[in-house]
Design a protein around this ligand. Structure first.
Ligand code: GDP
Ligand code: IMO
Ligand code: MG
Length: 425
């Protein structure tokens, strides 16, 4: 079998959590491959609302195994909070969740370093989620990290070494840190984490595929936040593109099957960095209010703008997307006109490519399409779509070159239209 991948094509918060939950019944295993508690994946069903940060979004369906892969960075304290809440709501988490021993661990000092580096950057700050993501991946790459497997074997030594180094770095940044209380909570959380099944997930996932099991890989963030191809330096610290599923789970490229690319019918971004189609007017505020565009983790206001087809074509290319999933179409229900950016003018020259410096003199060139002026939220099948909405879908498909096979018309699990052209495993 091949593993399918679902990932965000914009700057995150596309609705990955919702769709992973919807697709989970088609799979045996759901596996997160990168990111950490910077993610906030929202699921709504049966009147309930959950936000998942490190735990895969397949956790609420029945019978699937969920895996936290080696590419993820895990904060034991936030993991414990999230896991205990799920256990309280009746999820038998310890029976269905497995964690890679090779996942890197976020230490209390990583969070302090995240804050210190942001402060040093001043106005040029990235606007991180403050969860210690960058410093933890930095330690991984500089070969100084602590892995989940170390918690079982040489925790004291590994932790003491990292802490010493971090405290020296914090001192150099002018931050004297008293971490006693945070450290105590972290150590307690480590004991909790050790109750879970800690595995060599690369063997587990590959052996499962070999045995005919169906695997869905869940991405976090979005391709425009990718460390290599995103709007650097305003990005996260992992490979959010499809290749991240290979390194973050130990999958060979030939093992990748369908790639579901997910995007909003418009576009949002949290934190600093370029955003060519950003709206600073009434329309932007309207999208924010109707779409409830506030961060699932940080509560921060999300910046809103029109859909950017130049950027989407780029991320579709980088990921080898085979099926597109359009989210939050209903948020545009009241618009007279819907705009889509199909080209940029960079220093006065028309281009269809994302320039090296997305933050330079980049002006969006918009195409205008008629709005559908219909409430989509109660629609249950694609033959009920109003004509103007069908035209919008066809326009996007023709400009993006990949079929839109799933359309979301509301936050609930049920508000999902699987189109006839969908190819689900
Ligand atoms: P993720 O990080 O990609 O999982 O996305 P988030 O959960 O951070 O943000 C998506 C937000 O949009 C959540 O509040 C969802 O409940 C909500 N949502 C998802 N799909 C739809 C939709 O089709 N319409 C509307 N109105 N809201 C949606
Ligand atoms: P999900 O999985 C939206 C953004 C932050 C910041 C930049 C770097 O819910 O889509 P970091 O803490 O990762 O070092 O922050 O990336 N960011 C996200 N934006 N959705 C996310 O995750 C994000 N995770 C990180 O706002 O600009
Ligand atoms: Mg989110």
């Amino acid at each position: 079998m091949k593993a399918d991948v679902l990932l965000g094509l914009q700057w995150g918060d596309e609705g990955k959590g919702k769709i992973v939950d919807v697709l989970t019944p088609h799979y045996d295993i759901v596996a997160r491959f990168q990111g950490g508690p910077n993610a906030g994946h929202t699921l709504e069903f049966e009147g309930k609302h959950f936000v998942l940060r490190s735990i895969p979004s397949g956790i609420f369906q029945q019978g699937q195994v969920n895996v936290i892969g080696n590419g993820v960075v895990l904060d034991p304290v936030l993991f414990k909070e999230e896991a205990e809440e799920l256990e309280k709501s009746g999820v038998a988490l310890k029976q269905v969740l497995k964690i890679s021993k090779k996942a890197h661990v976020i230490l209390p000092t990583h969070r302090l370093l995240d804050a210190a580096y942001e402060r040093l950057k001043g106005d040029a700050k990235i606007g991180t989620t403050g969860k210690g993501i960058g410093p933890t991946y930095t330690d991984k790459v500089s070969r100084d990290g602590v892995r989940v497997g170390d918690l079982l074997q040489n925790l004291d030594e590994a932790y003491a070494k990292a802490k010493r180094r971090h405290l020296a770095l914090l001192k150099a940044c002018g931050m004297e840190a008293d971490i006693q209380e945070a450290e105590q909570r972290w150590l307690e959380a480590v004991e909790y984490l050790k109750q879970f099944e800690l595995i060599d997930s690369e063997y587990y996932v590959n052996n499962s595929l070999q045995a005919g099991k169906r695997v869905l890989c869940e991405g976090a963030q979005g391709s425009l936040l990718d460390i290599d191809f995103g709007s650097y330096p305003f990005v996260t610290s992992s490979n959010t593109v499809c290749a991240g599923a290979c390194t973050g789970l130990g999958l060979a490229p030939s093992r990748i099957g369908e790639v579901y690319g997910i995007f909003k019918a418009y576009c949002t971004r949290v934190g600093s960095g370029p955003f060519p189609t950003e709206l600073f007017d009434e329309t932007g505020s309207m999208i924010r209010n109707i779409g409830h565009e506030y961060g699932a983790v940080t509560g921060r206001e999300r910046r809103c703008g029109w859909i950017d087809l130049v950027a989407l074509r780029y991320t579709i290319m980088l990921n080898g997307v085979t099926q597109l999933i359009m989210m939050k179409s209903d948020v545009l229900d009241g618009m007279d006109v819907v705009k889509a950016c199909d080209a940029y003018e960079v220093d006065g020259v028309l281009t269809h490519d994302v320039p090296f410096n997305m933050g330079g003199n980049v002006k969006p060139v918009f195409t205008e399409l008629p709005g559908w002026k219909t409430d989509l939220t109660h629609i249950t099948a694609e033959d009920q779509f109003p004509k103007a909405f069908v035209d919008y879908i066809h326009y996007l498909e023709s400009r993006l070159g990949v079929p839109i096979t799933i359309v979301s018309v509301g936050p609930d699990r049920e508000q999902t239209i699987i189109r006839n052209n969908a190819h689900l495993s």
